[in-house]
Design a protein around this ligand. Structure first.
Ligand SMILES: Cc1cc2nc3c(=O)[nH]c(=O)nc-3n(C[C@H](O)[C@H](O)[C@H](O)COP(=O)(O)OP(=O)(O)OC[C@H]3O[C@@H](n4cnc5c(N)ncnc54)[C@H](O)[C@@H]3O)c2cc1C
Length: 501
């Protein structure tokens, strides 16, 4: 750790050690090696909140298998696939930057944080089968998804993922598969990037340091930081602050008092997984399998059966089951988080959300109270032969959904992510949850372009070296030349990340 900054004014203060701060810090420092950057993390270990491997599903969201990104049909009855294309494009940018980090020695051993795993969508019942077929037709016509396979043949699905078929009888099934999916340990990646950052000149990170207040000052912002080991608070000035505090971002933005936060609220949704470690079962499943949302389940609670690489071994996760909570963070959070986030300017929005989302609220309560028997019933929709003895329930992370005023009127639960930036571009924060970590480079690029426009225009060549498609609408490629160029970029990134299966 390089700590010769002492009393200097920082160029950048990063709050939180999750995947967002880690990638933003690494991106900015790579663009300008003179930047003075400090990062503060409240917990003892780095990146142990939502970005931690066990706290999220680790899916490299690329729109391949997540049916919730393609819920709508056009007037012609065909499934609209635009959102899936957009997410694929954003994940490509993310992989390009990680590949750059490996190529230049910023980080090593990509298999510690990213591994190839097929992405499968699986449905049952005729209505769902018709939906998947239409989705496949739309998706496979795009160059991103041209290698997608589709089948309604149970034996073929058995070859792809035997657990889905064993013990299943007599109803129509269908699946799509792309081999080029990924499993990502976002926590491991974040730690690697932060340790790299900590070794650079004029950069430092601190764990067990809680940012407790933010106030404007002539240079930008004055942060109050409490060292939890000594109990002593200190202040630090920074020209630019990024609040990458996950669930804690809303409360910090409220403390900063920027007008842009008015009307925003947060709605926490906890998560839980069923986990199986039995090697005989684990070795039979090598895929991430996503299905359709049951009833009023929010999109982020759509169930999936996932192969995961965690702590050096393969395991199986099913879920997430949603759970009711008032905490915004698992580790550094408090049950008072939700009540204390309610302000005069967002109370109306929150009440409206409560009233207009009664099915969602009752879904969360019912999910939180359900028995193991009911949870297994849901698992058996995917894996009919699942036995209770092979599975245990563990907590996942908490997602704080951003709630905002729409058109000055109704509050809606906003399931996407939202970058909130002050008018003078000196403070920026990420609210919301999905698709989250997978598109982190696209998100932090947006922050960099908005808040450091002069640097981004000066460093265009560097940006292109790090993220070759940073200024491209990759989703719109159609000519042979464009497709060939895209494939070259893709291959380069995947080779560096050792994703070739
Ligand atoms: C159940 C679940 C499944 C998910 N599945 C996926 C998936 O499959 N793929 C995907 O791409 N995304 C997924 N996500 C979303 C993804 O995990 C998040 O988008 C991402 O990890 C958010 O990163 P972050 O850096 O914003 O926040 P975090 O990783 O939560 O980091 C924020 C950090 O800030 C710290 N902090 C908070 N307040 C303070 C303070 N005052 N001072 C100092 N430090 C502070 C926290 O301790 C924490 O370490 C999932 C999330 C959940 C909950």
């Amino acid at each position: 750790m390089n700590s010769n900054l002492k009393n200097e004014i920082l160029d950048v203060a990063l709050i939180g050690s999750g995947v967002m701060s880690a990638n933003l810090g690494a991106l900015l420092k790579s663009m300008d090696s003179k930047l003075k950057i400090e990062l503060y993390e409240v917990t003892e270990d780095l990146s142990h909140e939502s970005s931690n491997g066990w706290n999220n599903a680790g899916t490299g969201h690329a729109g391949i298998c997540e049916l919730s990104y393609t819920p709508d049909r056009g007037t012609d009855g065909k499934v609209k696939v635009g959102k899936a294309v957009e997410i694929f494009e954003q994940f490509e940018q993310t992989k390009q930057f990680w590949a750059y980090a490996v190529r230049t020695g910023m980080i090593d051993r990509p298999s510690d944080f990213i591994n190839a795993v097929p992405h499968i969508s699986f449905v049952y019942g005729q209505e769902q089968v018709d939906f998947l077929k239409s989705r496949f037709e739309g998706m496979s016509a795009h160059p991103f998804f041209s290698k997608m396979e589709y089948t309604e043949d149970p034996d073929r699905i058995r070859e792809w993922a035997p657990l889905l078929i064993e013990g299943r009888e007599g109803m129509p099934v269908a699946a799509t598969r792309m081999k080029a999916g990924t499993d990502v340990n976002f926590g491991e990646l974040s730690r690697k990037l932060i340790h790299w950052l900590g070794k650079q000149n004029d950069c430092t990170f601190y764990s067990q340091n809680r940012v407790t207040d933010l106030n404007r000052c002539t240079d930008g912002w004055e942060l109050t930081i409490k060292d939890l080991k000594t109990g002593i608070s200190r202040s630090r000035r920074a020209k630019f602050v990024f609040i990458g505090s996950g669930g804690g971002s809303l409360l910090l933005l409220q403390k900063a008092g920027v007008p842009e936060i008015k009307g925003y609220g947060g709605f926490p949704i906890g998560g839980q997984w069923l986990v199986c470690d039995d090697p005989e079962i684990v070795k039979k499943h090598d895929a991430k399998v996503y299905g359709l949302s049951p009833g009023s389940a929010p999109t982020m609670a759509v169930p999936h059966l996932d192969s995961r690489w965690l702590e050096g071994k393969k395991t199986l996760l099913f879920g997430p089951y949603a759970a009711w909570t008032t905490k915004f963070l698992h580790r550094g959070g408090s049950f008072m988080d939700l009540p204390s986030s309610i302000k005069f300017h967002n109370i109306l929005t929150l009440i409206k959300v409560g009233v207009s989302n009664i099915p969602l609220v009752s879904y969360l309560i019912q999910q939180g109270l359900q028995s193991m028997k009911k949870r297994l019933k849901e698992l058996r929709n995917f894996y009919p032969d699942a036995k209770a003895k092979d599975w245990k329930l563990i907590d996942a992370g908490i997602r704080v959904q951003a709630i905002k005023k729409e058109d000055g009127d109704a509050g809606i639960v906003h399931f996407g992510t939202e970058v909130v930036t002050s008018k003078d571009k000196t403070i920026s924060a990420l609210l919301g949850a999905s698709p989250g970590a997978s598109v982190c480079v696209n998100i932090v690029l947006e922050v960099a372009q908005k808040c450091f426009p002069e640097m981004c225009s000066r460093k265009k060549k560097k940006l292109k070296e790090m993220i070759p498609t940073y200024d491209k609408r990759l989703g719109e490629i159609s000519t042979l030349e464009e497709v060939t160029q895209y494939q070259e970029w893709k291959e380069n990134a995947e080779n560096k990340l050792k994703l070739k299966s």
